[in-house]
Design a protein around this ligand. Structure first.
Ligand code: MN3
Length: 199
């Protein structure tokens, strides 16, 4: 079965005023759909047509060279955006467990937030910043374009899309304001679940 666009797990306006309805509509229905369509075009007639996208990204080095770049970009786009929608929600609180893990790895929640914000601000051009787990150790990384942390053996726990399409309608060139607003829509319940799964 071909890859399909998962429905947004909430209404387009659910993250207002931090992420606006119009951006969510375009971002999900147009940008994400395009990644899905182009991934399908690339993997048509190969076993990767029926492989869950996260699994494809984990074994990207087994993808034939002729389609590897397309799969890296569009499979990455599909995987990253599916992840992104799920870690967004308004009004959740960070759990004690989650806060403890961040404290252990970064010294304090505030230090983590500052380091994550700084890393996100320094992404040059289009890309993502992530909180990932690497064999249980938490770290902040950035990836260019649509590269997936899964392809380097990391488990994403938080991710922020800093492509201009993610914020330009509302924030224009003010990426720092978008990143500041992002902290209001981190779905800590989901982050907690992901953290527990990776130990
Ligand atoms: Mn995007």
């Amino acid at each position: 079965m071909a890859h399909t666009l998962p429905p947004l797990p909430y209404a387009y306006n659910a993250l207002e005023p931090f992420i606006d309805e119009q951006t969510m509509k375009l971002h999900h229905d147009k940008h994400h759909q395009t990644y899905v369509d182009k991934l399908n075009a690339a993997v048509k007639g190969t076993p990767f047509e029926n492989t869950p996208v996260d699994e494809i990204m984990r074994k990207l080095d087994t993808v034939p060279d002729s389609i590897k770049t397309a799969v890296r970009n569009h499979g990455g786009g599909h995987s990253n955006h599916t992840f992104f929608w799920n870690i967004l929600a308004k009004g959740t609180n960070i759990s004690k467990h989650c806060e403890g893990a961040l404290k252990k790895n970064f010294g304090s929640f505030d230090t983590f937030k500052e380091e994550f914000t700084n890393s996100t601000n320094t992404v040059f051009g289009s890309g993502w910043a992530w909180l990932v787990s690497t064999n249980g150790k938490l770290e902040i990384i950035t990836t260019p374009n649509q590269d997936s942390p899964l392809s380097t053996g990391k488990v994403p726990l938080i991710g922020i899309d800093v492509w201009e399409h993610a914020y330009y309608l509302k924030y224009q060139n003010k990426r720092a304001e978008y990143i500041e607003a992002f902290w209001n829509v981190v779905n800590w319940n989901e982050v907690e679940k992901l953290m527990k799964n990776c130990g």
